[in-house]
Write a protein that binds this ligand. Structure first.
Ligand code: IPE
Ligand code: IPE
Ligand code: MG
Length: 234
């Protein structure tokens, strides 16, 4: 691995929890629980390599379509994960932020823990963990456009900069690499604006089995790619 060409920002679609559980005769929700180890190992693996930011897709705006019990489990699980992990992440210099809609469907107690984790870690500079929660790429663009209108930006002043600056976290550079696990080859409404020029790597590993070595394999593949951004190779 070329440690001088490490992506600054990696996005991860953490997929395959339900299949992981079902393969072992367990209820789907057990797979979400087993994904915690994968997440923590991936965060620390990224940190150790010098990646500056990781955006993880934890709950999409479409995941509300799942059975109520699974949705409830996911709300509780994500809240518990913050409570369990925020102090060690804070001690290790991780800033925790969130991308997504704070709408009526997210329980108030979950929002409260999100705010606490964000506040606790707000000044950390080493690494940013961006948790995409109740996140949709289209919703993010819609919300940015709504802010443009609220800010009374005239049509002639609407450009990419004006939109980008109204996304959830404009301070985080676009992801250089987006990884999706579980052998699905789609984006599922993740970071639609931001991934315009990201390198995409798909892994067959189911999320609960994913470890930093799998991240490093994805980064090695990223390093074999030639990024042109619409230009020509020099
Ligand atoms: C990803 O795993 C986690 C969330 C979407 C919250 P899934 O629950 O989608 O697992 P599969 O894709 O059904 O196996
Ligand atoms: C994407 O996975 C969302 C998250 C990982 C949170 P899904 O499992 O919801 O995506 P689809 O339904 O397979 O496209
Ligand atoms: Mg899935």
């Amino acid at each position: 691995m070329d440690t001088s060409r490490v992506p600054r920002h990696v996005g991860v679609v953490m997929d395959g929890n339900g299949r992981w559980a079902q393969r072992q005769g367990l209820p789907r929700t057990e797979g979400h629980g087993a994904g915690e180890v994968a997440l923590v190992d991936t965060v620390y693996g990224a940190l150790a390599l010098g990646v500056k930011a990781l955006t993880v897709y934890a709950f999409s705006t479409e995941n509300w379509r799942r059975p109520v019990d699974e949705v409830r489990y996911l709300m509780n699980f994500n809240q518990g994960l913050l409570i369990r992990r925020q102090h060690e992440l804070h001690a290790d210099g991780v800033r925790i932020v969130f991308s997504g809609r704070r709408d009526w469907r997210v329980p108030k107690r979950v929002l409260k823990n999100m705010d606490e984790a964000a506040q606790l870690t707000a000044k950390n500079k080493k690494f940013t963990l961006n948790i995409a929660f109740n996140y949709g790429g289209r919703a993010e663009i819609v919300d940015a456009v709504a802010r443009l209108v609220a800010d009374k930006v005239p049509a002639g002043k609407v450009d990419e900069k004006a939109i980008r600056s109204r996304l959830y976290h404009p301070e985080i550079p676009d992801p250089d690499l987006v990884v999706r696990t579980s052998g699905e080859y789609r984006i599922s409404n993740f970071l639609l604006w931001e991934l315009a020029y990201s390198e995409l790597v798909f892994s067959d590993v189911l999320w609960p089995d994913f470890r930093r070595e799998d991240l490093y394999r994805a980064i090695e593949e990223y390093q074999r790619r030639v990024r042109r951004f619409g230009g020509v190779e020099q």
